[in-house]
Design a protein around this ligand. Structure first.
Ligand SMILES: [Zn+2]
Length: 542
């Protein structure tokens, strides 16, 4: 039998967590046609061969926590998202943290443009409302990677309620549920929530459970950017660590709604929060043992990208721009930020300032920006917030560890059996980049697996592929199996790695020799050959 392609002589790490084995893979029509055991391989031939001797053959990596649905609908997305492919990512799940580009309503267009400005390259034509229309748009346009989509609670709420900070009326709640129900019927993989952001921060557990029940009934997942990731927050009044209370809140919502829960980017923000990692992980294990289908995800950095708005108190969110323009509002915000002064100065790095005339400050920490502007770091933060129309993007540090290698909390979360890997990165052509956009998966495989021995290679790959596909209900993805999609990352386990860090983020990884998306080559013999290749597919929920 002659195949289109044979990957010969590689060590297959199949994405299930099972021990590695030697096999050849025959590929036809974008699928794995056969997994051929070593001793039988001589009988198979192909038009093209990849020599994978000495290399690991794994499923392409799946980023189950992406915001790139805000970039995918434009033609330039292929060039912008190229760093994902260069690190072996073949699939992403968009619409996280409550903000998705579908389903939407035309009447909320302006608000969506504003709230999505930080995540997107430029404004959309919005020639879709429903998830099915969005999928049709992507299919017409073409996609560089495979993509699945979550429906965002925040986007749906904005479409139905506008900036209303109250609770939804029964009619409004029914309308929100109907939007989600349609999205699920159109193939969305679940519901995402962003409870640290407006308007998710307004939503009470009752509202979240009412929505989550719709996702669960359709066989989807609930993902949650929790209300708090640090011991103290503005959301709870309690001596119990707030990040722990935030986990418990969503576990109860998931239990009530009978829906699998994926806790998004389980980070422990700030030095005082790191010691709560073991207690939090034990709590999640207890919930899992007690019948809640719960897991979480992490990225391998002690910094993460977010909006400059994230640390502003809930009361200020609906009218933040107005407050920043008023002397009394400014003074009130400044005084309220004093407990966070040291964090803002040392641990918040400006990534995108929005205004070109402030671009020289991108990449700097707010202590440095304060020095450059001759302002206190808190004043500098408020100034950039105001000047950017509150749309600036920042990279916050001290997430589960620091740059000096104090990262017990990060490693405990990364190596935990309930953890899947993800990137949670915002990648546009503008501003200073997040190193996660360039190096996430190679860093895990090079630094945490090979150098530190924190995880077995098989377990790390499972958390990047099979586990991610299973959590997100992706059909025939994430495993090296006969009949599965030929999304393959073929890398050298001795050299894979990436040096990208928060100061010098745009460094490409080493060690990836071949990359296939649905059988089409984007990297060959270590060289990028994917310009203009749109091999990605829309993935509806299995
Ligand atoms: Zn998030």
């Amino acid at each position: 039998m002659e195949y289109e392609l044979i990957v010969r002589g590689g060590t297959v790490v199949d994405g299930s967590g099972a021990p590695r084995f030697q096999a050849d893979l025959a590929i036809d029509a974008g699928r794995i046609a056969e997994v051929i055991a070593d001793q039988e391989s001589d009988q198979a031939s192909a038009v093209r061969e990849i020599d994978a001797r000495g290399l690991v053959v794994s499923p392409g990596f799946i980023d189950l926590h992406s915001h790139s649905d805000w970039v995918a609908p434009i033609v330039e997305h292929a060039a912008i998202l190229k760093p994902f492919l260069m690190q072996g990512v073949t699939t992403f799940v968009g619409g996280n943290c409550g903000f998705s580009v579908a389903p939407v309503r035309a009447r909320a267009r302006q608000m969506l443009d504003e709230s999505g400005q930080m995540l997107s390259e430029r404004k959309f034509a919005w020639n879709w409302q429903e998830v099915s229309e969005f999928a049709a748009h992507l299919k017409r346009q073409g996609m560089a990677l495979n993509m699945a989509q979550l429906a965002g609670h925040g986007s749906i709420r904005l479409c139905v309620m506008g900036a209303d900070a109250g609770e939804p009326s029964p009619e409004q709640l029914r309308e929100m549920q109907a939007m989600l129900e349609r999205a699920m019927a159109d193939g969305a993989v679940g519901l995402s929530t962003g409870l640290g952001y407006f308007p998710g921060m307004i939503a009470k557990p009752r509202e979240l459970a009412a929505m989550a029940r719709v996702a669960g009934a359709a066989g989807g997942v609930l993902t949650s950017h929790l209300r708090a990731y640090s011991t103290r927050s503005l959301f709870f009044q309690s001596e119990v660590p707030h990040n722990l209370l935030a986990v418990r809140e969503m576990v109860e919502v998931a239990r009530e709604a009978s829906v699998p829960l994926q806790i998004s980017h389980l980070i422990f923000v700030g030095r005082r929060t790191w010691p709560t990692a073991s207690e939090t992980l034990a709590d999640i294990e207890r919930a899992a043992g007690d019948g809640v289908d719960v897991a979480f995800d992490t990225f391998p950095y002690t910094c993460g990208n977010t909006t400059i708005r994230v640390i502003f108190p809930a009361w200020s969110q609906p009218r933040l721009e107005e407050l920043l323009d008023r002397t009394d509002g400014w003074a009130q915000l400044r005084d309220g930020f004093q407990p966070l002064r040291a964090f803002i100065a040392e641990a918040v790095q400006l990534m995108w300032a929005v205004k070109p005339e402030l671009a020289h400050l991108e990449g700097k920490f707010f202590g440095e920006i304060g020095d450059a502007m001759k302002l206190d770091p808190v004043e500098a933060y408020l100034t950039i917030a105001r000047e950017s129309g509150t749309r600036a993007r920042v990279l916050n540090h001290l997430y589960s560890g620091d740059d000096d290698g104090n990262e017990e909390a990060l490693r405990a979360a990364m190596s935990h059996r309930l953890n899947a890997f993800e990137m949670d990165t915002i990648l546009t052509s503008r501003g200073h980049h997040n190193p996660a956009s360039f190096g996430t998966y190679p860093r895990i495989l090079g630094y945490y697996v090979r150098e530190l021995g924190l995880l077995r290679l098989e377990d790390a790959i499972y958390k990047m592929t099979g586990m991610a596909a299973q959590r997100m209900h992706l059909k025939e993805r994430g495993l090296v199996r006969k009949g599965y999609a030929a999304d393959l990352c073929i890398f050298d386990p001795a050299t894979i790695g990436c040096a990208a860090d928060s100061r010098l983020p745009d460094q490409h990884p080493a060690g990836i020799q071949h990359l296939l998306v649905n059988g089409r080559a984007l990297i060959e013999n270590g060289k990028w050959c994917g310009d203009g290749v749109l091999a990605g597919q829309w993935l509806a929920r299995a």
